[in-house]
Design a protein around this ligand. Structure first.
Ligand SMILES: Cc1cc2nc3c(=O)[nH]c(=O)nc-3n(C[C@H](O)[C@H](O)[C@H](O)COP(=O)(O)O)c2cc1C
Length: 273
């Protein structure tokens, strides 16, 4: 599917889209995104991992500090272990390459200590957030690069369910945190995964100042679009998007163990002052 109007219609669930828009192949790749959860066992061609990492390293990075790293996991046993720690998600086992994206303040700590220099700034929440942002921007560049090569991907936030155990499996030193995983592989061709609609732009795009109550109509419209989408994809979700999403944040237990993230980060050496 390369027709911009068709892609935009899928992205917004057949709402009317202005036909007068700029377009190119990069936009086709971006707007074609869908998460893939079923993979062929085929390994990736030689050089693929390296070009994905080059794309990741081409992302902007705060002050060029490059406070991120990535662990490429291909070993079946290690993927199995990580899959179990991330809520037993089968696609982690199935994908030939599982990338774990890291907020990495260990490298700067190491450099400072090896030169006998202070590094108090690394103890602050700001630096953790910076590292998490850097890791995210890098990962998304790799994701787009992978999709441009015909590969499928899915992010794995489940890797934060049990951070200390993940750190052990990956031999992470203190001051390194696995922000999320990313399955990478060739999608199984028999599963034609649909593009998942997003909120109307009138909900997320604010001009000059932010407006909350004015989003009601867009949210109501999206609830209808998503009800139809859940039905067409046999997703077994009885509620609408609003109810489904609010359930995801209803209680501490709804966070699949991640409600104790603050404690886990402290254990992993982040002061978060
Ligand atoms: C940070 C992050 C973590 C995610 N974690 C998971 C996960 O653990 N398991 C999973 O199957 N999908 C996960 N996803 C994928 C989202 O569910 C998916 O992106 C969303 O439903 C939109 O669907 P789409 O990517 O197909 O457009 C994650 C996505 C992001 C951005």
């Amino acid at each position: 599917m390369t027709n911009p109007i068709e892609l935009l219609n899928h992205r917004y669930g057949n709402t009317s889209v202005n036909a007068d828009i700029p377009w190119n192949d990069s936009l086709t790749t971006l707007l074609s995104h869908r998460s893939i959860r079923s993979y062929l066992p085929d390994p990736l061609p030689p050089g693929t991992l390296e070009i994905l990492v080059a794309a990741a390293q081409s992302a902007s990075t705060s002050s060029n500090l490059q406070t991120w790293s990535v662990v490429a996991v291909e070993d079946a046993q290690r993927k199995e272990k990580l899959s179990q720690l991330a809520g037993n998600q089968a696609h982690i086992r199935q994908s030939p390459l599982f990338l774990v994206w890291l907020a990495d303040l260990a490298r700067l700590t190491y450099i400072a200590e090896s030169r006998g220099l202070p590094h108090e700034g690394l103890d602050y929440l700001e630096m953790f957030l910076m590292a998490a942002i850097d890791a995210t921007l890098a990962a998304q560049n790799a994701t787009v690069a992978a999709e441009s090569l015909g590969l499928g991907t899915v992010y794995i936030g489940g890797i934060r369910n049990r951070p200390e155990e993940v750190a052990e499996v990956l031999n992470l030193p203190p001051h390194v945190f696995a922000v999320f995983g990313l399955c990478v592989g060739y999608p199984t061709p028999e599963q034609d995964v649909a593009i998942k609609p997003r909120l109307p732009q009138s909900a997320v795009l604010h001009r000059e100042t932010y407006k909350l109550a004015e989003q009601d109509e867009a949210i109501a419209q999206y609830n209808e679009v998503m009800k139809a989408f859940y039905g067409s994809q046999q997703m077994n979700i009885q509620s609408d998007w609003s109810e489904h999403s609010v359930k995801r944040v209803a209680f501490a237990e709804s966070l699949s163990g991640r409600h104790r993230l603050h404690e886990a980060l402290k254990t992993l050496g982040f002061q978060l002052r």
